[in-house]
Design a binder for this molecule. Structure first.
Ligand SMILES: [Zn+2]
Length: 307
């Protein structure tokens, strides 16, 4: 329960779909921790990605929603950040491990850019590959495993519910709990609801025993207005929330999920929306709202629409 060893800042103006913004925003949280965000103008999912440096290897957690290095220069960005770190911490054969919060397309698309990178391991997206690589064994998903970057030992917690291969990563150095799409200020799609609730129970229990400063997922969909999410597909979110949530908000997600466990469908709360094993009609309604929003945006003059 010690104090985190670093004290970085999350006081960031994140890119959110303005014209001319970069394809990838780089936020150096501290000397060994970088948060990346993909632009909404490239892909509405605009996922966050994380680069954590240890003495022996770095971990890139997620590779974004776009393959093409010409429009989405993730490899170039990561190579630059690794070179920058190695300038401060010179060593030979420094490794990069590319792994994922889960296997959905908007978190693995940039994997191809790392296929030929020297000293690099790309962990496949399937649940079995993730379990084998990190050594979960028969303990999946209830056990947790350690993954040592060299003087920086992460804990990985099996987190199925949103996706069969979902993991949560805890970093004792920053106190970050990186929750992928399991917990975030937006739509929580729980395709296997009992697994989702069990995962949330484990995350809340873990947080009670460990120092967690920020709970950070991979997307932001809530606006500043309580209970209001941007439509799916939105590529401009001027009033979006910060990505980080508090341990208390994590507990609120667990309590909310437990409260609606026997009610399939969409359940709206101030800081998130729970999709309990969404039915076809729930998803169609979501898509219809997204399409209507897109059509409206096209009718508005560009200045008024802000894009
Ligand atoms: Zn996602």
């Amino acid at each position: 329960m010690g104090k985190p060893m670093t004290d970085g800042s999350l006081d960031v103006a994140w890119i959110h779909g303005e014209p001319g913004e970069p394809a990838i925003q780089v936020h150096r949280y501290d000397a060994g921790t970088v948060i990346l965000r993909q632009s909404k103008r490239l892909n509405y999912e605009a996922p966050f990605m994380f680069l954590l440096f240890g003495a022996d290897r770095a971990l890139l957690l997620d590779t974004g929603a776009t393959e093409d290095p010409a429009t989405f220069p993730l490899r170039e960005t990561v190579d630059g950040l690794v070179a920058e770190w190695l300038e401060q911490h010179p060593r030979e054969g420094y490794e990069l491990v590319v792994a994922h919060t889960h296997g959905h397309g908007d978190h693995v698309a940039g994997d191809v850019q790392f296929a030929d990178r020297p000293h690099t391991t790309v962990v496949a997206r399937e649940a079995e590959a993730v379990r084998d690589f990190f050594g979960f064994g028969a303990d999946w998903p209830t056990g947790s495993v350690r993954f040592d970057l060299g003087g920086r030992e992460l804990t990985l917690i099996g987190s199925p519910g949103h996706h069969a291969a979902s993991v949560t990563v805890h970093d004792p150095e920053t106190g970050f709990l990186l929750t992928g799409d399991t917990v975030l200020p937006g739509r929580l799609y729980a395709f296997d609801f009992p697994a989702f609730v069990a995962t949330l129970d484990r995350l809340v229990a873990f947080t009670a025993e460990h120092r967690v400063t920020h709970v950070i997922g991979c997307h932001v969909e809530m606006s500043g207005k309580p209970g209001h999410d941007y439509p799916i597909g939105a590529q401009f979110q001027p009033d979006e929330r910060a990505p980080q949530m508090t341990p208390a908000q994590l507990a609120a997600v667990r309590d909310a999920a437990a409260a609606v466990a026997d009610r399939r469908g969409v359940h709206r709360f101030d800081d998130f929306v729970v999709y309990n094993e969404p039915r076809k009609r729930d998803m169609l309604r979501l898509m219809a709202r997204g399409l209507a929003n897109k059509a409206l945006a096209r009718l508005r003059p560009p200045a008024a629409a802000g894009r």
